[in-house]
Design a protein around this ligand. Structure first.
Ligand code: ADP
Ligand code: G6P
Length: 736
């Protein structure tokens, strides 16, 4: 196995230029802080941006930047100021970030930013391709690089690619407002495994794929031609040991070695016997609910004045994306709110809020976590929120209360915290009071459970789980019985075909020779298809049988000038190449008058569906219906029809977005057999894409070559990717 290539927009290190040198600091943000531990331990390289515009790095320091990055197994991708503006501030943080966090009114849809996003994703793809060996595994991270999996896949079709989205994936109703929604989904689907923090995000993604790309998923797998994409949720953990050890160390050191910051915190804590600290730590981002948190704290002091001079809110906000107007406005709003509350409530001995607008070294972060009685984390939306987990990990004596918004991904795992709705002021205020008054035993009881979970599912376990699942997803294809019809297999089949004296082809129509159209009548054979089948059929000692579920009128009209054998309605009718339509069996249709009204009630209740009436069957089509409703109703209809059909000797065939009701005992396999018994063949070929073709694959003799279109469970021996590959293959036959 090769190395892992991690790619994220931002490297775990941030480069800054000082007067004559460079300064390296750790990056802030869940992705970088979380993944760093995984990267440190394994055989991986990390590709990403250093946080500096390319133009601002003096030429003589460029080598040093590379060197510093290399020390941490990182490979910088340079971004120009223009790219930073269009790709980073623009499409990533003025379009995707707000949209995916349900701030639709903040989302801007600028074609220029989109172009920049595509270009920069391409730049990352090139950096990956330059460093990629065939046995490497690629792990792409987050919303800035949604197009990257496909870009890499296009160049390296067989490489193993995982993608993890660290932010929420919104409801399809929100996602579909994005003008470039198809490209984004297709970009992500370049991966073999797509991971989200929670099942909700996974569900939203699958529904968007279904609704927008009209691609189905079976459980959590999306079948795409010759690939399967697996989608799953993996809640990201933290490096638990790192936080708890740091906290223990800090407690065990002599107080003289405490940081000045810790001394300040202690000073407050010792000011009265019941002094308490509440912390609030985030990047300064409008999704974090910081302004409302301050308001709620002000309201708390008003509602419960007995806490004045006893509690203090220590607010740490890291500057983030400062070129985006909403972040600038938020900064102003927070400054004002802090000023207002401090101005209103402060006394000579006490300021209610200590506000720090900067990043802090790890040690100070630990000081804060371990000195605080309460952590107040109230995002309006947050993919995960690692701060909540870090706080719990540092509570080595198991005291402390976490107040956490239900809108954070972390709330799904941390349900022993005080879970609040960030828009409900009264609830937040009362939760603060509950937290401050919570008996120690209860704090310990809750934290014990939280710590147990966080200790078990660490970031290391998370990454391992993801990588294992990625390998499984990649191997899944080989577990599907059919073998891919590769160029070598094709050559062998063609050779066999050439040697044979009596050759026959059974070819399904929809989904095999043509792609599905919205309406069945729109999937007419195009001139090149007519010509292709004509040529194949004209070869010596070769018979072609088009075997379809379609009615005989449509098939007969479309293929009137091509003297192939036609089998319609799954085997009810046969038109020999040189003759007229005739029934293959004696079939009755008096059941239709009883079944039709049942289907009609389903059409009435399910917009977009309709009934097709064939000579010997009735078909309910739901391709145009809402995909989920269509499936639910198809299941319902199947059940309803069960009683009815068994009384009439009928069967229900589940095709591709259709339910077909017909007399039992008629299927493509039986119909094919009727032709096969008449003559001996030494080359038999059957190809089709859906469930109804399985009858054909099962009935054809063992030596037959059977081919499924698309990667699905099948009894066929081989599979091909799509209609285009079917046509190419038939072209090869017709040339020989
Ligand atoms: P997001 O990914 O949206 O930034 P998370 O809570 O998941 O939010 O991750 C934030 C990460 O940044 C945490 O690991 C936290 O320790 C770190 N962090 C937050 N604020 C600061 C700060 N002021 N100084 C240093 N690190 C910080
Ligand atoms: C969140 C995102 C990360 C991002 C981080 C910091 O955690 O999921 O992808 O790196 O915020 O944001 P920034 O824009 O500074 O990289």
């Amino acid at each position: 196995m090769g190395k892992t290539i991690i790619i994220s927009n931002r490297l775990p290190l941030q480069i800054n230029i000082t007067e004559k040198d460079i300064e390296v600091t750790p990056s802030v943000g869940g992705l970088a802080t979380g993944l760093k531990s995984f990267h440190k331990e394994g055989d991986s390289i990390w590709i990403g941006w250093t946080g500096m515009p390319e133009e601002e790095i003096p030429d003589d320091l460029k080598g040093k930047v590379l060197e510093e990055a290399k020390k941490q197994n990182c490979l910088p991708v340079d971004l120009t100021s223009e790219e930073i503006e269009g790709f980073y501030y623009g499409f990533s943080n003025r379009t995707i970030w707000p949209l995916f966090h349900y701030f639709m009114e903040y989302s801007e849809f600028e074609p220029e930013d989109w172009e920049s996003y595509k270009r920069v994703n391409q730049k990352y793809a090139e950096a990956v391709l330059e460093n990629l060996n065939d046995d490497d595994e690629v792990w792409v991270h987050d919303y800035q690089l949604l197009l990257l999996p496909k870009m890499i896949r296009d160049k390296k079709p067989n490489v193993t690619i995982g993608f993890f989205n660290h932010i929420p994936f919104p409801s399809s109703e929100v996602f579909r407002t994005l003008p470039w929604r198809e490209e984004i989904l297709e970009g992500m689907l370049g991966a073999d495994l797509i991971g989200f923090h929670t099942y909700d995000y996974e569900r939203h993604f699958l529904r968007s794929v279904k609704l927008i790309l009209r691609k189905d998923s079976t459980f959590n797998e999306i079948h795409l031609g010759n690939r399967i994409v697996r989608v799953d949720s993996f809640p990201m953990g933290i490096d638990y040991q790192k936080f708890s050890d740091a906290s223990l160390n800090q407690q065990n050191q002599p107080s003289s070695e405490n940081s000045n910051f810790q001394k300040k915190l202690d000073y407050h804590k010792n000011s009265t016997s019941d002094a308490k600290l509440i912390i609030s730590i985030d990047r300064l981002d409008y999704t974090k609910g910081i302004a409302n948190r301050i308001r709620a704290y002000g309201y708390f002091l008003e509602k419960y004045p007995e806490y004045k001079e006893k509690v203090r809110l220590v607010m740490l906000a890291v500057p983030s994306r400062t070129n985006v107007p909403q972040y600038q406005l938020l900064k102003k709003e927070v400054d004002e709110l802090v000023g207002r509350i401090n101005g209103r409530f402060a006394t000579v001995n006490w300021t209610p809020i200590w506000y720090f607008f900067r990043s802090m070294p790890f040690e100070n972060l630990i000081d804060l976590y371990s000195s605080s009685d309460v952590a107040l984390i109230t995002p309006t939306r947050d993919g995960m929120n690692l701060v909540a987990k870090e706080y719990i990990a540092t509570r080595t004596d198991q005291t402390g209360v976490l107040i956490l918004s239900e809108m954070a991904g972390a709330a799904h795992e941390l349900n022993e915290a005080l879970i609040i709705n960030p828009n409900n002021f009264e609830q937040i205020v009362d939760a603060i009071k509950t937290a401050l008054e919570m008996p120690k035993e209860e704090q310990i009881r809750r934290n014990k459970m939280l710590q147990k979970r966080l200790k078990r599912y660490t970031v290391e376990k998370w990454a391992k789980d993801f990588m294992n699942s990625l390998r499984e997803a990649k191997n899944r294809i080989s577990k599907i019985k059919a073998e891919q019809l590769t160029a070598d297999v094709e050559t062998a089949i063609i050779e066999k075909f050439k040697r044979a004296k009596n050759r026959i082809f059974f070819i399904d129509y929809d989904g095999t020779l043509v792609n599905f159209a919205d309406k069945p009548e729109n999937a007419k054979p195009d001139p090149s298809l007519l010509e292709l089948v004509k040529q194949l059929n004209a070869l010596e000692n070769t018979e072609v049988v088009l075997i379809s579920g379609r009615d005989k009128e449509t098939l007969g009209t479309w293929w009137q000038d091509v003297p192939v054998n036609l089998i319609s309605e799954h085997g009810v009718w046969l038109r020999p190449s040189n003759g007229n339509w005739g029934l293959t069996e004696n079939i009755k249709c008096d059941w239709m008058k009883n079944v039709r009204p049942v289907l009609e009630t389903f059409v009435d209740r399910t917009p977009g569906t309709f009934i097709e009436e064939k000579n010997y069957s009735l078909v309910w089509h739901y391709r145009k219906a809402d995909p989920e409703l269509g499936e639910i109703r198809a299941n319902e209809l199947s059940t309803v029809l069960k009683d009815l059909t068994s009384n009439h000797g009928l069967s229900v065939l589940e095709g591709n977005k259709v339910l077909e009701i017909k007399t039992s005992g008629i299927n493509k396999g039986k119909a094919a057999n009727k032709i096969l018994v008449e003559r001996k063949h030494d080359f038999i070929f059957g190809i089709g894409d859906d469930w109804t073709d399985e009858y054909l694959f099962n009935e054809l003799p063992e030596q037959a070559i059977t081919v499924k279109v698309g990667v699905k469970e099948t009894s066929a021996k081989y599979y091909v990717k799509d209609v285009e590959q079917v046509r190419d293959l038939l072209k090869e036959f017709s040339k020989s």
